[in-house]
Write a protein that binds this ligand. Structure first.
Ligand SMILES: *Cc1c(COP(=O)(O)O)cnc(C)c1O
Length: 454
């Protein structure tokens, strides 16, 4: 097979005729509920590009939603997963185990924050990992309540729908939802009414007040939080908020769960986003970037908490599938060899620099934020600048139409970007960490042109 050229190449309109034919077949055969962001049917992918059935090559700023951090079909992932496929595909770890599962758990113990004794359990999807973290926290604390945050996203199963904040499209019509889930404020600096400088302190005080007054801290099994809210719009909680919540959890015997499914495995410029403020979570959930595109998820945490669930209480037929585990070992090997945390930081520097330039020029850019290769811009309605001028004077009215139009314009030019946010007004960028800087800059040029033409 020939090397995949690391270039953008458009030979048809997007989507091309073959993709459109496939889209018609998709519409006839696949449930409407399974939506598609950009109906370009992919045949090959790697590095920073996706090649489609029409021969187009698109720049990838999505990584299949923060999954292919090591690149698509990364060499070590393919090598190790292929060898595993040839050896055996499945035994069920709960029936007759295998070394690869144990080895992934050993890596997780070594790589996640904190030097305490840790154990892991492996699953197939992020939602499943979050569900199991809640099961484990309940078994350990013998309490039932779970605290989550505004703008949080934790999955699409029944319990994780309850944990997820946003109704449309995740929850609408799918209730009733699991009980004993309580939502408290998140320190969202850009939208904090009394200003970003008050955000951490006030949000933490409100959250803790609600927990103690409305639930009773002694009833809370777990506080579950994303260190940077992903689907919620790449909201980095104001500094100081996460440490306050972690401290509160510790003082009250509550299991502090960091949902690092999107932020974990080098994405934000560190192995885990919690490290940024020195947080050591009791449990950490991982998935997405863990296995270079193969379905794998994990709960990792303090051995005494992880062991609270009785033997047989955790598991699943496919959880920690050997091929997925081999993929994870290949992905972790790649992350270490290529120092992907450093690559993510470099991507962040380039993107934030360029996007802040765009922010200066276009008043609909309300906020540019994120860490490493997890960067977003929040779009607002144009409006008169207040007398003090500058950014502070812009309106903050969410502009979802602009996000949709910009995404569409980028797609037409062969750049895959995603939208996000509670208000649907966030453009988010999650390039593979192995993307070349020329492709990264070309993608940013396309974004800038899209603003100019809007
Ligand atoms: C994607 C995501 C999930 C759900 O993962 P799935 O593999 O889609 O079930 C949970 N939490 C966060 C933070 C996520 O980004």
């Amino acid at each position: 097979m020939t090397e995949l050229a690391q270039e953008r190449r458009l030979v048809t309109s997007i989507p091309g005729p073959k993709s459109q034919e496939l889209l018609a077949r998709k519409s006839a055969a696949v449930a409407n509920g399974v939506g598609v962001t950009l109906p370009v049917f992919v045949t090959r992918a790697g590095g920073g590009v996706l090649e489609d059935v029409d021969g187009n090559s698109l720049i990838d700023f999505g990584s299949g939603i923060a999954v292919t951090s090591v690149g698509n079909s990364a060499e070590a992932v393919v090598r190790r997963a292929s060898a595993q496929l040839a050896d055996f595909t499945h035994t069920c770890f709960m029936v007759t185990p295998y070394e690869e599962y144990v080895e992934v758990a050993e890596h997780l113990a070594e790589l996640t924050p904190g030097d305490h004794a840790k154990k892991s359990a492996l699953f197939n999807s992020g939602a499943e990992a979050v569900e199991n973290a809640v099961k484990i926290a309940r078994a350990y604390t013998k309490r039932t309540a779970v605290v989550v945050f505004d703008h949080g996203y934790h999955g699409r199963t029944n319990l994780t729908m309850a944990l997820t904040a946003k109704n449309m499209p995740y929850k609408e019509g799918f209730g009733p939802f699991a009980p004993e889930v309580y939502r408290v404020p998140l320190a969202y600096p850009y939208r904090w009414l009394t200003g970003a400088e008050n955000c951490a302190e006030e949000a933490a005080t409100q959250a803790i007040d609600q927990i103690t007054k409305q639930i009773g801290a002694h009833n809370v099994a777990a506080i579950v939080i994303e260190p940077i809210a992903g689907e919620g719009g790449f909201i980095e909680p104001a500094k100081g908020f996460l440490p306050r919540m972690a401290e509160f959890a510790k003082e009250n015997g509550i299991v502090f769960v960091a949902d690092e499914i999107q932020t974990g495995f080098c994405r934000t410029g560190q192995w885990f986003a919690c490290e940024d403020e020195g947080i050591v979570p009791d449990l950490i959930t991982t998935a997405k970037g863990i296995a270079g595109g193969l379905p794998l998820a994990a709960v990792t945490g303090r051995a005494e908490i992880m062991d609270a669930a009785h033997p047989g209480g955790l598991g699943g037929t496919y959880g920690g599938n050997p091929v997925a585990c081999a993929g994870a070992l290949g992905a972790i090997e790649t992350m270490k060899e290529l120092d992907l945390p450093a690559k993510a930081r470099r991507i962040g520097e380039i993107m934030l620099g360029r996007l802040r330039g765009i922010q200066e020029k276009f008043e609909i850019v309300g906020d540019v934020r994120g860490r490493g290769a997890m960067i977003a811009i929040e779009l607002v309605e144009p409006g008169p600048l207040l007398p003090e001028g500058g950014r502070g004077g812009r309106t903050k009215t969410p502009n979802a139409a602009a996000a949709a139009a910009l995404a569409k314009a980028c797609h037409a030019e062969g750049l895959v970007v995603l939208t996000a946010g509670t208000y649907g007004n966030v453009l988010r960028f999650l390039p593979p960490l192995v993307i070349g800087e020329d492709l990264l800059n070309e993608g940013l040029d396309i974004i800038e042109e899209a603003f100019t033409r809007l």
